[in-house]
Design a protein around this ligand. Sequence first.
Ligand code: NI
Length: 231
Amino acid sequence: MLVRIPNLLSQEEVAQCRGLLSRSQWVDGKVTAGAQSAGAKHNLQIPEDSPDAREIGSLILGKLGRSELFTSAALAMKVFPPLFNRYDAGMAFDTHIDNAIRFMPASLTGGASIRVRTDMSATLFLTDPADYDGGELVVLDTYGEHRVKLPAGDMVLYSATSRHHVTPVTRGSRWSSFFWIQSMVRDEAARTMLFDLDSAIQGLRTKVSDTSEVVGLTGLYHNLLRRWADS
Ligand code: NI
């Protein structure tokens, strides 16, 4: 499943994020990479516990909570605190797979050890596509290769089980936020069917009133969710 979430952030919010990021300290992106991906990763990141990163991260988490599309597609149980990366000219991230389990930084959890199983990966674009060349997110799944380069403020949600890479930036600079989601519905096929069913019901509700058939389908959705969700 690969889902585009348009306008998660407004252009004013993108500008606010970029303002905070531009004054932040950027470090080598290998700090959060696993052993295989460290060799493939050539970019810059904001440190996980940076106050600026946490401020923007809170803004993003708030917007996610109000997005019906994100709620329906992710059925999120836990969201990893958003991270931020930057690819300047010559930087890229070769083919890799994201670590299955991520640990939230102890400095953000009050010392508690909180793990997130990465069911889905998210990239929120913070640079307009006209401002850089290259820098496409390429996701490889069972349906083939998907090339993603979205307007600033748009987000893509995709399966963390996929292999993916970011093509080299050849002009300008590409900034984004990235993070992972542990879903209440671990099985990807079940999660995808729930999303398809919910999308169809929402579409139907705009065409007909809440007939007994629509109520019946809504009940079916919730009963499937009750059957498949961990909480
Ligand atoms: Ni990745």
